[in-house]
Design a binder for this molecule. Structure first.
Ligand code: NAI
Length: 293
């Protein structure tokens, strides 16, 4: 019999975790959001407030539903607050050591029948699962950015994932109005394995000063009908996350197209992370408006 999933923990309320918390709460689920400090939690809370405010202004969410959505999300810096969660989605930084540490802690906190899911883009779900006591209850639940908007979800099954765990994860994604697919555990799954070679190529083209950022993006938007150009998309993803994803794929497959373009590393080192830091290939926040990359 399928598990009842009424309470979901979200660990890491950055770019993705905030969106995942929003989409869960919008669909009637009680959300416990955990991050490592109050500043990160405050950032996550304000992301959700802004995003739902925009949805309300566009007539996609009425005021009462927005208040109910926000009331379903509580925030904590303590992983132990997830003891009663039916499922936990981990959305911390794309680093294997950090994810394993979070999963090992969660493994001791949640009930044995609770599902542990990672939103990783490219790391091995099998390695994360194997570091826990009960690897069969671990799957990937890979949302797309922005999570409240994009309909696709990749449910990643490892060779030891229990079939009922995979089924329940698929059912949850469907309940959120998403179109889930089930995939095996290979770096980048389907979408990122196809997407990131292209994004990396665009960064290299920009680095070689072959064309301006606006013209690179216009080529794909206006010439190829993509909703967003590759450099604007890299800014949306976050350059630190994009760098980690490329590096993981490159270490796994050694394809040159996945060797991270040096400019990505340089921009990350300089704190130019994209939208989340106010500046990446483009400038977003007021305080950066006098400088142009
Ligand atoms: P982010 O850098 O925006 O947010 C990460 C959050 O995790 C931050 O709030 C940080 O404070 C928190 N965190 C770090 N260590 C923690 C710990 N030990 N315990 C609790 N919280 C911790 O990263 P982003 O972009 O949201 O990525 C998160 C995950 O989602 C990564 O695995 C990434 O690959 C994946 N992902 C990212 C997408 C994107 O477009 N950015 C799309 C789909 C998946």
């Amino acid at each position: 019999m399928a598990r009842e999933i009424n309470t979901v923990g979200v660990v890491g309320v950055g770019t993705m975790g905030a969106g995942i918390a929003e989409v869960l709460a919008r669909n009637g689920i009680t959300v416990l959001a955990v991050d490592r400090d109050d500043a990160a939690l405050e950032h996550g809370r304000s992301t959700i407030e802004h995003s739902t405010q925009r949805a309300a202004e566009r007539g996609k969410l009425d005021a009462a539903d927005r208040s109910a959505l926000l009331a379903r999300i509580s925030f904590s810096t303590d992983l132990a607050s997830l003891a009663d969660a039916d499922l936990v989605v981990e959305a911390v930084v794309e680093r294997l050591d950090v994810k394993i540490d979070v999963f090992q802690q969660l493994d001791k906190i949640v009930r044995d029948d609770a599902i542990l899911a990672s939103n990783t883009s490219a790391l091995s779900v099998t390695e994360i699962a194997s570091a826990t006591r009960l690897p069969s209850r671990v799957v990937g639940l890979h949302f797309f950015n922005p999570a409240p908007v994009q309909d696709f979800v990749e449910v990643v099954r490892t060779v030891v994932s229990a079939p009922d765990v995979v089924e329940d994860a698929v059912a949850l994604a469907q309940r959120l109005g998403k179109s889930p697919v089930t995939v095996g555990d290979k770096a980048g799954f389907i979408a990122n394995a196809l997407l990131f070679a292209y994004l990396n190529h665009a960064a290299s083209m920009y680095e070689a000063q072959y064309a301006t950022r606006e013209d690179i993006d216009a080529a794909m938007r206006l010439g190829c009908g993509y909703p967003m150009g590759p450099l604007a998309l890299l800014d949306l993803i976050g350059l630190d996350t994009a760098y980690e994803i490329l590096e993981t794929m490159y270490l796994q497959d050694r394809k040159r197209v996945h060797a991270p373009s040096p400019i990505l590393k340089q921009m990350v080192t300089a704190g130019l992370l994209g939208r989340k830091s106010g500046r990446g290939f483009y400038t977003y926040a007021e305080e950066y408006s006098s400088t142009v990359v």
